[in-house]
Design a protein around this ligand. Structure first.
Ligand SMILES: *[C@@H]1O[C@H](CO)[C@@H](O)[C@H](O)[C@H]1NC(C)=O
Ligand SMILES: *[C@@H]1O[C@H](CO)[C@@H](O)[C@H](O)[C@H]1NC(C)=O
Ligand SMILES: *[C@@H]1O[C@H](CO)[C@@H](O)[C@H](O)[C@H]1NC(C)=O
Length: 751
């Protein structure tokens, strides 16, 4: 008899062999006096033969039952034909040759034992290291232990007894439906059951010490090896990322030199980093990638490119993938449907991904997902506020969203602009600023561009222009106004007649237009994009509409369902609040007087090209370096960065969020400092005397003070510390801090 040990059939055959062996052992080795006789074989008395004949018949019956079971299983589980045939053949040969039965059984037993032995050691079978099938006692009886430290053990065993074949990953880890194999799995691969007596206990990977990695992070002076890291990204998205990094490589390298001289005081250990933009994987990725060629949204790709370049310049070890299969292989996912934990300790210190990628990781890591989620960073353009991050809280308080509910620490979400201080502001670099800076560094005396009295309108599709005729008319009375609106062949775009439309321009042509223009005109959409930053970097003034009432998830389809309560006060709140005049002017688009007066005021103003430091390559390197060095979401203790010395406690008025309380004081809310003021002493320091100290109410605006009844509320769930959020009956205690000029993410003394 030969077993064909294909990976798929190997386990089924193995399981059957085990049951078969058990049956044979039961039939042949009990009672023991018989077995002593058998090896000799010859010279038996007729009684012995008769006795033997009985047990053979019994054996044959049981084998027959077993064979039909095998055939059923084979049909059900699509097991390869040979296994079934071989067992049938075995059965036939057993029947035909009753005389030689004992010896043949003996032989088969031996061969099976050898097979089992070799199967256990076969290098090509997909079996993780450290997996030991219970080899000691085939008749080992396993009982579900009752241990108060493992309250879910019995329940999990029961679940797996019923469902172990729902995902091949269980069989991969040696589960064969027996209680013993399940207990072994639940104690060594997951941590629901106590260590299994009589076995060398190996802890689940997340309890194992990662092998220490001693490389230092040295600032790199070339980006060339990074192109190999990008090797695996396919399609237009890959080309975009690759070409952006290459185009800006000289700027990155220069910025790296400056960072090494000015900022990085001590070298730290190199981090092993995985970058996985889930949005680019699979079918959705193809569509997303295809949009790149059609001028689609590039913000995310810009950010992935700049993040990769920053991490690489800072000396870290990168892996970049956009393939789900490759992801599975680099994280060591078990084959199957993803119900089981990964095979080894996670080989990355940090994983940057997005909401799509987070779902992919969850679907591939089993239980290990939650043990490693402190290592994740989520690129999330518009941000996720704490109230949406905690599923139970979000549902019970009506913070509905398709996203959110992952229970990460809010600072693990990384945004495109500093939207909410509850998240980390990752950003990107303003490309034109970098290139222009390069060019102007050559000149002796950098001056403003020579500007014509022209305006360029921000909006490449004509639906963005609808209803803005009056606004544009007022502007075009003062300035020659240019558009770059896509015109389908044979049609002209529906634009006011006083607009000079160039059609869709290449990026270079568009930038040429901006270099000569005085004003870049926002129409109110798209929201919060990168273009205004580039225009300001080229010496334009950005004129944009105010939103009254502000846009939010309540009144705007665009923000609907996004995990944020932000009230968006203009087309580009970052430009309005963080850059402001003389570079950014925000008007009431429907008020002709306001628009006209503003345009005239702009024409009297001269501005130089400007880029906030946080959108330069040096600023981004500085920020990413600070995050990598100081942010630790795996520690159970409270954050120690920024240091407590940065804390400025402010007591807000009724109805104001800490975001605005701090901003009004020219500071920024710092959620990592909340824990310092979540105690009775903080209320006392602010001169508040509390009649009660409430910690039982779930409310993301706590710690807060209610003047009615002088009730003080403390926060009991640290994941709910939130800069965002306000209500009319509470005054919030706000942890504000100062920030560096042009670098809102960093306080002056905390690099
Ligand atoms: C258990 O581990 C020890 C030390 O690693 C080793 O010497 C021993 O052979 C192992 N026993 C079994 C049953 O694997
Ligand atoms: C990153 O680490 C891997 C594994 O340690 C190593 O093989 C590779 O050469 C490293 N890459 C770089 C660019 O340092
Ligand atoms: C229009 O704008 C002007 C100038 O800013 C302002 O004085 C006036 O009150 C505004 N009118 C309305 C109706 O808002």
């Amino acid at each position: 008899m030969r077993f064909t040990l294909r990976p798929r059939s190997g386990c089924l055959v193995l399981c059957l062999s085990v049951s078969l062996l058990t049956l044979l052992l039961q039939s042949l080795w009990v009672p023991p006096e018989m077995t002593r006789e058998e090896p000799a074989g010859a010279g038996r008395s007729p009684e012995e033969q008769g006795h033997h004949g009985n047990s053979v018949r019994r054996l044959a019956l049981r084998l027959e039952a077993l064979s039909s079971q095998v055939q059923r299983l084979a049909r059900e589980r699509d097991a390869p034909q040979p296994a079934k045939e071989e067992l049938t053949n075995l059965l036939q040969s057993l029947r035909q040759d009753q005389e030689g039965l004992v010896r043949s059984v003996e032989r088969e037993l031996q061969r099976m034992a050898q097979k089992l032995e070799s199967l256990g050691h076969q290098p090509h079978t997909p079996r993780p290291q450290g997996d030991h099938r219970p080899q000691t006692g085939l008749r080992e009886v396993c009982e579900v232990p009752e241990d108060p430290v493992y309250p879910h053990c019995a329940e999990k065993v029961e679940f797996l007894q019923a469902r172990w074949d729902s995902d091949p990953c269980y069989a991969f880890y040696g589960v064969d439906g027996t209680t013993c194999s399940i207990l072994t799995y639940l104690s060594e691969r997951e941590d629901f059951c106590p260590p299994h007596p009589g076995r060398n206990h190996s802890a689940p990977p997340w309890h194992q010490q990662p092998h220490t990695h001693k490389e230092k992070a040295e600032v790199r002076t070339t980006l060339r090896p990074l192109y190999e890291v990008f090797g695996g990204i396919q399609g237009p998205a890959g080309r975009f990322i690759w070409s952006r990094v290459e185009r800006l490589s000289a700027c990155w390298i220069k910025a790296g030199h400056r960072i090494r001289e000015n900022t990085i005081k001590t070298t730290s250990l190199q981090k092993r980093v995985l970058l996985y933009p889930g949005v680019l994987s699979g079918g959705a990725g193809q569509r997303f990638g295809a949009m790149v060629d059609q001028g689609g949204p590039l913000g995310e790709l810009v950010q992935w490119a700049d993040l990769s370049a920053s991490l690489f310049i800072l000396g870290h070890n990168l892996t970049f993938t956009t393939s789900q299969n490759h992801l599975h292989s680099v994280i060591g996912a078990a084959p199957g449907k993803g119900s089981c934990p990964i095979q080894r300790p996670l080989p990355f210190d940090i994983i940057y991904t997005d909401y799509h990628g987070l779902a992919h990781l969850q679907g591939a890591m089993g239980l290990a997902f939650q043990h490693y989620q402190c290592r994740f960073r989520i690129l999330d353009s518009f941000g996720t506020e704490p109230a949406f991050n905690l599923g139970t809280y979000a549902r019970s308080h009506g913070y509905n969203t398709l996203w959110g509910s992952w229970r990460l620490q809010p600072l693990q979400y990384m945004t495109m602009f500093p939207h909410t201080p509850d998240n980390s502001f990752l950003g990107f670099v303003s490309e034109e600023a970098m290139v222009e800076q390069e060019e102007r560094e050559e000149e002796v005396e950098p001056g403003p561009y020579r500007k014509d009295n022209t305006a360029v309108v921000y909006g490449k599709q004509d639906y963005m222009w609808q209803g803005k005729e009056r606004y544009l008319e007022v502007i075009s009375q003062e300035l020659e106004t240019h558009g770059t609106v896509y015109q389908p062949p044979g049609h002209s775009a529906q634009l006011p007649s006083n607009i000079i439309n160039h059609g869709l321009l290449t990026q270079d042509q568009f930038l040429q237009l901006l270099r000569r223009a005085k004003v870049f005109v926002g129409l109110g959409f798209p929201y919060e994009g990168p273009a205004p930053l580039e225009a300001i970097a080229l010496g334009c003034v950005f004129l944009q509409p105010r939103f009254q009432p502000p846009r939010s998830s309540e009144n705007s389809d665009f923000y609907k369902g996004k995990p944020t309560t932000r009230q968006v006060s203009s087309q580009h709140p970052y430009a309005e609040e963080f850059i402001g005049k003389p570079y950014v002017w925000t008007v009431d688009m429907t008020n002709t007087t306001d628009v006209q007066e503003t345009v005239r005021a702009i024409l009297r103003t001269e501005v130089k090209p400007f880029t906030p430091r946080e959108f330069t390559s040096e600023g981004m390197l500085e920020r990413v370096h600070a995050y990598i060095t100081h942010q630790d979401f795996c520690s159970v203790s409270f954050p120690t960065w920024p240091p407590e010395s940065a804390l400025r406690i402010h007591l807000g008025p009724l109805g104001q969020s800490c975001v605005s309380v701090c901003r009004r004081a020219s500071l920024v809310c710092e959620p990592a400092l909340f824990h310092h003021l979540n105690n009775p002493a903080a209320f006392t320091r602010l001169g508040l005397s509390c009649s009660s100290m409430d910690q039982e109410v779930d409310n993301h605006i706590f710690p807060a003070y209610s003047p009615w009844g002088r009730r003080c509320g403390l926060q009991r769930e640290r994941l709910l510390f939130s800069c965002a959020g306000s209500d009319p009956v509470h005054r919030r205690l706000c942890p504000c801090r100062a920030h560096r000029a042009g670098q809102v993410a960093l306080c002056p003394d905390c690099l």
